[in-house]
Design a protein around this ligand. Structure first.
Ligand code: KG4
Ligand code: ZN
Length: 341
């Protein structure tokens, strides 16, 4: 029997709704919030208000594009966390309202598991490649950097995570000090193409196991800029592309060092990446090159599934639905991953 799931994502600054039938995506609508750009970062209260304005038209459009009405939905999958509490609250409250009104079951989704399970989405006109279990997923977003051993859709073990900043945060914060707009990752990615990645050297961390650290790199980047600007106030302007290329190269090396180590120790050769930073062209190329060298099968998400989207939430919800794991009306959103599942 076909299962139709409506997915709702509102954990940060994208309001998104998607419909899937089994694993096939029927629609995926994303309203990004431009309101944060002028502040150089996401302002939580403004994000909540924008979600509130966007959620009904976004869901409505997703249902129409999928050609279904609410009575055809088997379950609503929603992001319960982690994320901004006020933003999550909009998605959770909307889901509860629709659930009561239409007598539709709800399934909660961990946003990070959603990013990982985005690798199992299919498109109506073609199947996408899916990794085989167990696989390793490098999950890199604005808030998280983790290596996850994925044994099944229900069994995921975080074997490494950042002890301070996330990879996306490193991109965003370094972009900010160079006067680049938010979010910095895509801008650095673009500028890096025109620069020399060997022009500058920045500090790399020494952290045990499979854990990451990006705060030392950030500090070393800041000191380089500060010292150079003292001598030449036009330093950033004159060296922007080289700074971006060198910074990006360092972040990629830090990410890959631990991923390679984990793949070796766990003897796993199916390697995936997910999360906003997995859109980075340098990281995508580097992981494929490593894969060719090491006999990995590498899985890169389609660009539209790298940043926050409800398609991945619907897909993760599909797996939970199959296990009969429904959530009740007294479920509250959670801001931090530790409180989840
Ligand atoms: O997964 P995501 O959309 O939201 C979170 O759950 O955090 O990730 C957003 C992050 C931001 O830090 C953004 O700068 C980064 O993903 N990002 C990129 C690129 N596109 C988005 N970082 C590097 N290169 C990109 N092309
Ligand atoms: Zn995300």
């Amino acid at each position: 029997m076909d299962i139709t799931i409506l997915g709702i994502e509102s954990s940060c600054d994208d309001t998104s709704a998607a419909v899937i039938r089994n694993t096939t995506l029927l629609s995926n609508v994303i309203a990004s919030q431009a309101v944060h750009v002028k502040y150089g970062g996401v302002i939580p209260e403004l994000a909540s208000r924008a979600h509130q304005q966007n959620i009904i038209p976004v869901v409505d459009t997703a249902l129409k594009e999928a050609g279904i009405t609410p009575d055809k939905i088997d379950a609503i999958a929603y992001t319960r966390g982690p994320g901004l509490l006020g933003s999550l609250l909009v998605g959770v409250s909307f889901t509860k309202g629709l659930s009561i009104a239409g007598n539709i079951p709800m399934v909660e989704v961990n946003h990070l598991q959603g990013h990982i399970l985005s690798h199992f989405i299919d498109l109506p006109d073609r199947e996408l490649p899916h990794p085989e279990f167990p696989f390793l997923c490098l999950l890199v977003s604005g808030g998280h950097s983790q290596i996850v051993c994925v044994r099944s859709p229900y069994e995921m073990e975080i074997i490494g995570s950042t002890i301070d900043d996330a990879a996306g945060e490193a991109f965003d914060k370094c972009a900010k000090v160079m006067g680049l707009p938010y979010p910095g990752g895509p801008v650095i990615d673009r500028l890096a193409h025109e620069g020399n990645p060997e022009a500058f050297r920045f500090a790399k961390p020494h952290v045990a196991g499979f854990d990451y650290s990006f705060s030392g790199l950030k500090t070393s980047f800041l000191y380089t800029l500060r010292d150079a600007m003292a001598e030449n106030p036009d330093f950033i302007e004159q060296n922007k592309a080289d700074l971006c290329a060198s910074l990006q190269k360092t972040i990629i090396e830090i990410l890959l060092d631990k991923l390679i180590k984990a793949a070796k120790e766990l003897k796993i050769k199916d390697i995936a990446i997910a999360g906003g930073v997995s859109a980075n062209s340098g990281l995508r190329e580097a992981i494929q090159a490593e894969g060719r060298k090491r006999g990995w099968r590498t899985f890169l998400p389609e660009f539209k599934f790298t940043t926050d989207n409800a398609a991945m939430i619907a897909l993760a919800g599909y797996f939970r639905y199959q296990k009969g794991e429904f959530s009740s009306l007294d479920t509250a959103p959670v801001a931090r991953i530790e409180e989840l599942l």
